[in-house]
Every structure is written in structure tokens, then in C-alpha cells.
Design a protein around this ligand. Structure first.
Ligand SMILES: NC(=O)c1ccc[n+]([C@@H]2O[C@H](COP(=O)([O-])OP(=O)(O)OC[C@H]3O[C@@H](n4cnc5c(N)ncnc54)[C@H](O)[C@@H]3O)[C@@H](O)[C@H]2O)c1
Length: 354
């Protein structure tokens, strides 16, 4: 019988549900252990998903020889520290986005991957979604030509998840590091990961978390608390790349917008493409503009499908059957971009990279 990859999940809050649900659906996995600072939460998840061991201290989970690989689903500021400890304990790692909150930690994590030779996958889940992978085939076959502009908007009109998400010490920032990371990363990936040349960014803290608003529900941290809010509520940026391409992005936790808005689009010399709100490839044939709608089960980002694909890919990476689509080097570049936007916004000027 094929041996199974033995998994531990560290952090048993909201997003751990997506990891745990996908692990138990994967026949190559045995879910072994769950860890959370909140023991009751870890116990409840262990019971629900059938994990036999519960830990409160992640070091104890990492010292467990039965655990071969871990998902890290904790606060952003803890990702690098836990991931490095896991790699050094001989475990393969799937670390949630953002990979970490500053460039020194990102480089230390990259060094740990190299030193230990263990696998690390960054949880850039949108790379794994069906609409992204279908579009990637069009791009790899040059249907878009040279991609010179990309644009993403991810606006929540009301959606500050509170708790650690809005505490800059634990999150590293607001909607930019939480939501912006997804849309910037998927565009950067589809553009072929060009080297960043300069960044001009702005952040705004004008509306607060709007805890006064009634009658609307939204994503909340496991320990929701609207009292502390030290993160921006809106950010925008223009990123220039060495190949001449540019990427514009704007994101919010809250904004006076009529509704939430997500658009993710790329424009090239031979064609354009939209992945959000819905997959489309735009081209020109015989002097006529043609809008193509590739047929996949869900034309938009499908959370459940994408998480299953991400987890399945990680498991296959652990088994040596696949290379990850989201390696640590890409996590380092994304950290550079996110921190660059915050730096540019703080200085009020464009910043340049060598
Ligand atoms: N990929 C996605 O679409 C997506 C969506 C939501 C969140 N996330 C990411 O997942 C991570 C967790 O987010 P969430 O929404 O689940 O938050 P959450 O607040 O719901 O859960 C976080 C959990 O981590 C636990 N924790 C924190 N530090 C710990 C430590 N040192 N050891 C053990 N447990 C610890 C907390 O007690 C809490 O239960 C974040 O990095 C977030 O950016 C990703």
C-alpha cells in the first residue's frame, strides 16, 4: 500500500477549514495533528476532521516524528518563524499568504529552504485555480503576445476582519498585504514573474473599521475584535517592471463603494484576458474583435476548487511527484513588492530597486 503524507496543521482558525477540508479529501494524506494557541479550537477541529493529536505549542508538533509536512495558518507575523522551525525539524511546509511581513524574514526563510533541502509552497491559492491555469495555457502559447499592462481591483466596501488582521504588529498591514497579495501575485505570475524596477504607492486610513455599520455580514478573524485598528483601510500602487510592463492595483477593507468589486485583467500585444470577475480571452481575427469564453466549471475564482488544487499540488510536491507552482523565491519577490508599496506610501515618493 502507498504510504501517506502525514500532515499537521498549525493555526486552527478560519482558513484552516479550507486546508483541513482539502486534506481529508486527498487519499494520499493522513491528517495527524492540529495545533492552536487556543486549545479548545484545536480540539474542535481535530474532532471534526479526525486528527488524533492536539498541540498548543507548535514546537511540540514539530518535534513529533510522525508529522512529515505542515500547513501554517497562523497570523502573518508568525509565518516565517514557524516555517523556519518546521523546515529545520525536517518537515515540508505549506505557508499561507502573505509568506511573511518583511524582507529580512523572507530572505531568512529562503535560506532555510536552501539549507534544509525541504519543500516549501507559498499559499498563493489563486495560482492553482482552474481559471488561472486555463488562462496560463493561452499565455504560454503566446495568445496574448507581450503583456505590457495588468490591472487589479479588490474592493471590500465593508470587510475589515478585525482581531489580528487589523493589528499591524501581527498582520504587517491591512487590505494590501491581505487582499492585494492575491491579485498582485496572480497577475505577476501570469506576466511571467518580471523583475520589479520601481513602485509608487499610497495608503489611506480615512474610514476606520466602520464598526457602526449594521445589517451586513463579512469575513471575520476567529478572535474578532473591532476595537484595535492600526492598518490602512485602502491602498493603491503602480508597479513598473524592468521589461517595461506595468501593473496597477487598488484594494480596500472598507470604502464608500456601492458594492464589493473584484477585477483582475491583463493586456498584451496580441490579446487581453480577464480572470475576475469572470474568465475571458479577448483577441482579434480577420479585422474583427473576438471575445472568447473558455468553458470551465466555474468561470470565476472558485474557492473550494482552488484550495483542493493547491493542497493536492502540495501533497504531490511532498511525494516528489511535482514541483510547486509557488516557490519561496516568488514569496521573496512578493514580499519585496508589498513592502515596497508600504515604503513608497510612507515616504510619499516612488522607490527604485536595483
Ligand atoms: N488563502 C486565502 O484565501 C486566505 C484566506 C484567509 C486567511 N488567509 C491567511 O491565513 C492565515 C490565518 O488567517 P485566518 O483567517 O485563519 O485567521 P484566524 O484568526 O481565523 O485564525 C488564526 C489562528 O492562528 C492561531 N495562532 C496564531 N499564532 C499561533 C501560534 N504561534 N501557534 C499556534 N496557533 C497560532 C490563532 O489562535 C487562531 O486560531 C493568515 O496568514 C491569513 O492571511 C488566507
Amino acid at each position: 500500500m502507498m504510504s501517506k503524507v502525514k500532515i499537521g496543521v498549525i493555526g486552527a482558525g478560519s482558513i484552516s477549514e479550507a486546508h483541513l477540508g482539502a486534506y481529508v479529501n486527498n487519499s494520499k494524506v493522513e491528517l495527524v495533528a492540529i495545533c492552536d494557541l487556543n486549545e479548545e479550537r484545536a480540539k474542535a477541529k481535530a474532532e471534526k476532521y479526525g486528527a488524533k493529536k492536539v498541540y498548543v505549542d507548535y514546537n511540540e508538533l514539530l518535534a513529533d516524528p510522525e508529522v512529515e509536512a505542515v500547513s501554517i495558518c497562523t497570523w502573518n507575523n508568525t509565518h516565517a518563524e514557524i516555517a523556519i522551525a518546521a523546515l529545520q525539524a525536517g518537515k515540508n511546509v505549506l505557508v499561507e499568504k502573505p509568506m511573511t511581513t518583511d524582507i529580512d524574514k523572507a530572505l531568512a526563510l529562503e535560506a532555510a529552504v536552501k539549507e534544509t533541502g525541504k519543500k516549501l509552497q507559498v499559499g498563493f491559492v489563486r495560482r492553482y485555480s482552474a481559471n488561472t491555469q486555463v488562462l496560463k495555457q493561452f499565455i504560454d502559447n503566446d495568445d496574448l503576445g507581450e503583456i505590457y499592462y495588468a490591472k487589479a481591483t479588490c474592493f471590500r466596501r465593508l470587510g475589515n476582519p478585525g482581531g489580528w488582521f487589523s493589528d499591524i504588529e501581527r498582520s504587517g498591514g491591512g487590505p494590501l498585504i491581505d487582499l492585494g497579495v492575491h491579485v498582485i501575485d496572480v497577475l505577476w505570475y501570469l506576466m511571467g514573474c518580471p523583475k520589479v524596477k520601481s513602485i509608487s504607492g499610497n495608503t489611506y486610513n480615512k474610514l476606520g473599521n466602520r464598526k457602526n455599520i449594521k445589517n451586513l455580514s463579512f469575513y471575520k478573524a476567529a478572535d474578532f475584535d473591532p476595537e484595535k485598528n492600526t492598518v490602512e483601510d485602502m491602498a493603491n500602487a503602480l508597479i513598473r517592471f524592468e521589461n517595461g510592463a506595468s501593473l496597477a492595483v487598488d484594494v480596500s477593507f472598507t470604502l464608500h463603494a456601492q458594492k464589493d468589486d473584484i477585477t483582475v485583467k491583463l493586456y498584451g500585444t496580441k490579446g487581453g484576458a480577464e480572470i475576475e470577475p469572470s474568465l475571458a480571452v479577448i483577441s482579434e481575427k480577420y479585422d474583427t474583435i473576438v471575445n472568447m469564453l473558455p468553458q470551465v466549471d466555474n468561470l470565476s475564482f472558485d474557492f473550494v476548487q482552488a484550495f483542493q488544487a493547491e493542497i493536492d499540488h502540495f501533497v504531490d510536491t511532498c511525494l516528489g511527484e511535482k514541483e510547486t507552482l509557488s516557490p519561496v523565491e516568488h514569496g521573496v519577490e512578493m514580499t519585496k513588492i508589498l513592502c515596497g508599496i508600504y515604503e513608497s506610501a510612507a515616504k510619499g515618493t516612488e522607490i527604485y530597486f536595483d
